[in-house]
Design a protein around this ligand. Structure first.
Ligand SMILES: *Cc1c(COP(=O)(O)O)cnc(C)c1O
Length: 400
C-alpha cells in the first residue's frame, strides 16, 4: 500500500509523524507499510520491555480473552488479584490500585497523598496538600500531572494550572528543604528523569530525601512509570539506592505494550475510602493477565542479571562510539541510557537513521544534543552491535 492511500487526515493533529504506517513488530524489529524493517530502539517509548509481540503476551491475551474480558471494576477477578499479590511480594509496598496509563496512576498518587494530608493535618489543624516536584520532570499529560511536571512551557499551555506543586532542583537537597512548609504533604520524583534527558537522581540524593521526608512526616512518592519493571537493572529503581518510598507508580513496562499502570503504597498510607478512587477499567483482567505474564518473565532466574549485563554492554559501546567521534558523555542506569552528542545533531541523526536503507533504525532525541536508548530488556548483544554500527555510520556522514 502507498502512504497516500491512508486517510491520515481523519486523525487529529497532535505531533509531527513521519510518513510511515507500521504494520508488524517482532522482538527488536518493526515493519512498515512497504515492508521495510527497522531496528527499534524506541520500543513504544520504553514500553515494550519484552520487545514487540512476545509469545508470553500473545498467550496471555488469547487465554484470558477466551475466559473473561470484563466483569466490572466492582468485582474481584483472578488476574487482578494475582498481579497485585506478585507486585507486593516483590516490592516494599502492601497495596495496589490498577489504572490504564502512567498519568492516571500519578493522578491517583496525588489524590492519595492529598487524602493522607487531610487525615494527617499540620499543627494548626489544616490539611496538607502541597507536593514538591522537580524542574524538568515529567509525570503525564492530565491537567494535574502536567502541573506536577517541570517541563518548560507547560505552566502556560492550559493555564490556569492545578496549584500545589512547587518545583525543586534534582540532586539538590537544600532546594527541597527550602520548599518545605506547613502545607507540604509529599515529595514526588522520577528516580531517573526520563523525558528530561535520562538524568539519574544520585544514591545520596535519594537517601537524603528519604531521611528528610521521614523527619518532616511527609510522603516520598516515586514515579517509576519509566524506571520501573526492570528498566534500570533492578526490578524497581528505588532499590538502586536501598530506600523504601511510601508511594510508587508504574506504567509503560508493566503492560509490555498494552495499557496498564499501577499505584502502590505501604499499608499505613492506604487511606482511600469507598468512592474516593476508581475507574471503569481498573484491574481489567485482560490487561492484568498481561501484567502477570510480563512480571513473571522479569522474575525468571537470570533475567535481571542479563538486563544489567546488556546495559553495561550498551554503555561501553556508547563510550567507544563517543571516543571514536569525539562526542560527549554517556549516562543512565541499566537499559535506560543516553548519549550527549556534544552538538545539536540529535534530530538529524533520528531522521537519517530512520531513512537509512535497506533497514532503518529508530532512535529518540529528547533534547537536540542528546540521544536516548530504550531497547527491549531482552535485547541481544548482536542487536546492540548492529545499532552502534549504524549509528557510527550516520555520525561519520554527518561529520563529513
Ligand atoms: C511516560 C511517563 C508518564 C506518563 O505515562 P502515560 O502512560 O503516557 O500517561 C509519567 N511519568 C513518567 C516518568 C513517564 O515516563
Amino acid at each position: 500500500m502507498e502512504f497516500s492511500q491512508y486517510d491520515i487526515d481523519a486523525l487529529m493533529y497532535v505531533t509531527n509523524r513521519p510518513e510511515l504506517v507500521f504494520t508488524e513488530g517482532q522482538g527488536m524489529w518493526l515493519t512498515d507499510h512497504q515492508g521495510k524493517r527497522y531496528l527499534d530502539f524506541l520500543q513504544g517509548w520504553a514500553v515494550n520491555c519484552l520487545g514487540h509481540s512476545p509469545q508470553c503476551i500473545q498467550d496471555a491475551l488469547a487465554a484470558q480473552s477466551k475466559k473473561l474480558i470484563n466483569p466490572s471494576p466492582a468485582f474481584y477477578n483472578e488476574p487482578m488479584v494475582e498481579l497485585a499479590s506478585l507486585l507486593t511480594k516483590n516490592s516494599c509496598f502492601d497495596r495496589v490500585f490498577f489504572a490504564n496509563s502512567g498519568a492516571e496512576a500519578n493522578e491517583g498518587a496525588i489524590k492519595l497523598a492529598r487524602k493522607w494530608g487531610k487525615l494527617n493535618k499540620n499543627p494548626k489543624g489544616e490539611s496538607r496538600f502541597e507536593i514538591i516536584t522537580f524542574k524538568h520532570s515529567f509525570h503525564g499529560r492530565t491537567l494535574g500531572t502536567m502541573s506536577a511536571s517541570g517541563k518548560a512551557g507547560w505552566d502556560t499551555i492550559y493555564a490556569p494550572q492545578v496549584p500545589g506543586f512547587p518545583k525543586a532542583d534534582l540532586n539538590d537537597l537544600d532546594s527541597v528543604v527550602r520548599l518545605i512548609n506547613e502545607h507540604t504533604v509529599g515529595v514526588m520524583l522520577e528516580p531517573v528523569q526520563g523525558e528530561g534527558g535520562v538524568i539519574p537522581a544520585t544514591r545520596e540524593f535519594m537517601q537524603g530525601l528519604r531521611e528528610l521526608t521521614k523527619r518532616h512526616n511527609i510522603l516520598l512518592i516515586v514515579d517509576e512509570v519509566q524506571t520501573g519493571m526492570g528498566r534500570t537493572g533492578e526490578l524497581f529503581a528505588y532499590q538502586l539506592s536501598n530506600i523504601e518510598p511510601d508511594i510508587m507508580t508504574l506504567g509503560k513496562g508493566i503492560g509490555g505494550g498494552v495499557p496498564l499502570a499501577a499505584l502502590l503504597c505501604r499499608e499505613e498510607i492506604a487511606c482511600f475510602e469507598a468512592g474516593d478512587q476508581g475507574g471503569t477499567y481498573n484491574g481489567n483482567p485482560l490487561m492484568t493477565a498481561v501484567g502477570v505474564a510480563v512480571l513473571r518473565a522479569l522474575l525468571a532466574p537470570g533475567f535481571m542479571e542479563s538486563v544489567r549485563e546488556q546495559g553495561a554492554y550498551l554503555s561501553t559501546g556508547l563510550q567507544n562510539l563517543s571516543a571514536k567521534h569525539g562526542l560527549g558523555a554517556e549516562r543512565g542506569e541499566g537499559l535506560l541510557r543516553a548519549l550527549d552528542l556534544g552538538s545539536e545533531i540529535g534530530p538529524k541523526i533520528v531522521d537519517m537513521a530512520r531513512e537509512m536503507g535497506p533497514v532503518g533504525l529508530l532512535l529518540n532525541s529528547p533534547r537536540p544534543n542528546l540521544l536516548r536508548f530504550m531497547s527491549a530488556l531482552n535485547v541481544s548483544k548482536e542487536e546492540i552491535d548492529q545499532m552502534l554500527t549504524m549509528l557510527s555510520e550516520i555520525i561519520t556522514r554527518i561529520k563529513a
